[in-house]
Design a protein around this ligand. Structure first.
Ligand code: FE
Length: 136
């Protein structure tokens, strides 16, 4: 996986769709309610659209009503980097794929459950690997 990973912006531009490039490499935000994985309720693993790293499990996905896929926690904390983001006159925490450095979205403290986190992730920054395992 690592050997084939693009390094330069030009290589990323060739590998990704224009929308994915804007989000993953330029920290853009996709238009709300447009992502193809927003209403995906299948069982499986959400991976990084840039590099394939496993990021979020379907078990933690919930409908936040915001228009972006939302999760209560990462599948593997080691694959996700959190970084303070003070751009656009806001104080937010950016969520980054640790493996490829791609921008995924932001995490907020208004989520459900004991941890209270809402990982708000751009659909186009994700791929989905369906698992056959039945949902409980
Ligand atoms: Fe990645």
């Amino acid at each position: 996986m690592k050997a084939k990973m693009p390094k330069t912006n030009e290589e990323w531009f060739k590998k990704l769709t224009p929308e994915q490039y804007d989000v993953l490499r330029k920290k853009g935000t996709e238009v709300a309610f447009t992502g193809k994985l927003l209403h995906n309720k299948k069982n499986g693993m959400y991976t990084c659209a840039g590099c394939g790293a496993e990021l979020f499990s379907s078990d933690t996905k919930f409908d936040s009503g915001t228009g972006w896929p939302s999760f209560t926690e990462p599948a593997n904390r080691k694959n996700v980097e959190l970084k303070e983001d003070n751009s656009h006159f806001m104080h937010r925490t950016e969520v980054i794929c640790k493996n490829c450095g791609g921008h995924l979205g932001h995490v907020f403290n208004d989520g459900p459950g004991p941890a209270g986190k809402r990982f708000c992730i751009n659909s186009c920054a994700l791929d989905f690997k369906e698992s056959n395992k039945k949902k409980k």
